[in-house]
Design a protein around this ligand. Sequence first.
Ligand SMILES: *Cc1c(COP(=O)(O)O)cnc(C)c1O
Length: 393
Amino acid sequence: MIAERWRAARSSVPPGHLDAAGCNVPSDRVLDAMVSHLRRERERGGYAAVPGFTAPRSALAALTGAGAADVAFLESGTAAMAALLGGWRLRPGARVGFTRAEYGSTLMLLRRLAGERGWTLAELPADDHARLDLDALSAALRHGLDLVTLPHLPSHRGTAQPVREIGRLCREAGVPLVLDVCQSLGHVDVTGAGATAYVGTSRKWLAGPRGVGFLIVPGLTGDMDAPAPTLGGHVWLPDPPPGMPPGMPPGMQPGPVTRPLPGAARYESSESAVAARVGLGVAVLEHHALGPAEVRAHLAGLGAAARHTLDGRGGWRVVEPYEEPSAVVTLRPPPGADAVRTAAAAAGAGLLVSVAPVARAPLDLREPVLRVSPPPGTPQETLDALARFLDGC
Ligand SMILES: *Cc1c(COP(=O)(O)O)cnc(C)c1O
């Protein structure tokens, strides 16, 4: 049912496409809405053409249990994470918990911020599948953490974290949780995690266009702001601002001061690729129309089928448990084979798979792995074709 409806919404789906986790296939309505918006910008003037975004913001936020005012659009998941962590006023000496499955660019960012601001990074113990050890998390929370960051589903493994339990433990300890849902939103159930903030991207399982990411911040506090104030997300206050105690806080410049707008708007700037946001909005509404739970069940089925079909073919071995409820399937090469060459050869044979290079998760990956991520509606024949291709490598 989902398969037919997904394909019907697309006048063409590239045959052999097995890279939804890299860049999914947007629907015709997504593309049409973007092109129409660009035409409206030309005809009416860009500023006059800006549509209301409340419905798409609500629809996106609802996937996590948050509300429209909690959503900020940015240009990528990476940019959203940089805005969130870069603007978080953690005290010097703050301890940030993370796992070895952390996404490469988030890890770069954490290390940069830790060096500059005196934060300490605390790697949390995880099992063979990089799944966080809940007892170890409890103990670490008791010993004092100021923040926990975690990819729900990493880029290089099809294994999902138990985010409900993790969210509950963090809330009980009063420690904010940042959940990277770039690979999970629209794919694996995120509801019930109750995170402080979610970081996501448009083009993967939500099947929106490239060039949009987002933050969802239901747990926003006064310590959280954009790393740089913008005219879109901040206002000038009169001098002296109402309610400001007498005497300037240290480091504050004389003259008018700025304040972030309420809610997630503080993370947005006034200029953006509006057409891309329009496209994401349509994609999210379509996702709701398909039924998020039905899409998840369909993708879990595709993941299981792909693991059964591919494991052992040409000596390539599936990394994650077969029954993992995700459609991200990673394959470790047999001796003498390599994922980069194999993915390039597969592309030549009309099969689009991707490689997760070591840089994607440098603390967890030892060698590049092949990543197969079928979009909804992928026929079994495509998986069979990939299996035969691996046999012949
Ligand atoms: C893709 C991805 C990101 C980064 O998102 P971009 O939009 O590519 O910047 C972050 N974390 C995970 C787990 C991802 O898969």
